[in-house]
Design a protein around this ligand. Structure first.
Ligand code: DX5
Ligand code: ZN
Length: 223
């Protein structure tokens, strides 16, 4: 089980300090939400911020690109210190070349899917990715309520992974707290992005350990 605190929910005036807090918490990954004001109706931060934050967190930088034109951003984020980059399946015919590009930069590949998008759209890419990100809110903002209707997507992706003998991670993102993390773990998720529910806690380390433990105890229920 991997817990990935999302920097989007941290104090924007102190990114370095917040990333260091996430580092001390023992979280395996730091999730970095990149919003372009076009693919989603909000703007977050760019490669320079990621580059400056990089020295403060020693482990995996999980860059989630909610962007209409990731092709212009892959190299800058790779140089800034991304370890993995996730692009959205809603980009259609651009997806395959983008995944190739991420791979050619030596980074882990991810594909994300929004709540209204049909899950069949990700199936052709499963053998090309290290991560499938099931969005459990409509992307754009932190602090939104979890959309429970997305849980069957997690179950279906987990079933496909089994049937196809693949090993990608299944990540959930949006409205993840201890309760919804357990629901997603039962469905087969193994990687949990959590912004508001973690960064709001005074003791981030304790919150990360608790979420990881609860998720680990929630064995997947095969269907
Ligand atoms: C939503 C982002 C999420 C966000 C989650 O557009 O992709 O990563 O940070 O935040 P919470 O956990 O607050 O829903
Ligand atoms: Zn995200």
């Amino acid at each position: 089980m991997i817990i990935a605190p999302s920097l989007l929910a941290s104090d924007f005036s102190r990114f370095g300090h917040e990333a260091a807090r996430a580092d001390r918490s023992g979280a395996e990954w730091l999730h970095l939400d990149i919003m372009d004001g076009h693919f989603v109706p909000n703007i977050s931060f760019g490669p320079e911020v990621v580059r400056r934050v990089r020295p403060h967190f020693k482990r995996f930088f999980d860059v989630h690109l909610m962007c209409s034109k990731p092709e212009i951003l892959l190299e800058p984020f790779a140089k800034a210190g991304a370890d993995g980059m996730t692009i959205h399946v809603e980009l259609g015919s651009a997806v395959t070349p983008l995944l190739w590009k991420i791979r050619s930069l030596g980074k882990k590949t991810g594909i994300a899917i929004n709540p209204p998008t049909n899950l069949n759209t990700v199936k052709p890419f499963l053998s090309q990715v290290d991560l499938v990100l099931i969005m459990t809110v409509n992307p754009g903002y932190g602090g939104q309520p979890f959309i429970g209707e997305c849980i069957p997507k997690v179950q279906q992706v987990a079933a496909w992974r089994r049937e196809m003998g693949l090993h990608f991670r299944i990540e959930v993102d949006g409205g993840i707290n201890n309760e919804t993390a357990v629901q997603c773990a039962h469905a087969g998720a193994d990687t949990f992005v959590s912004g508001t529910a973690l960064f709001a806690k005074h003791n981030l380390g304790q919150a990360v350990r608790k979420m990881r433990q609860l998720a680990a105890n929630a064995t997947p229920q095969l269907f």
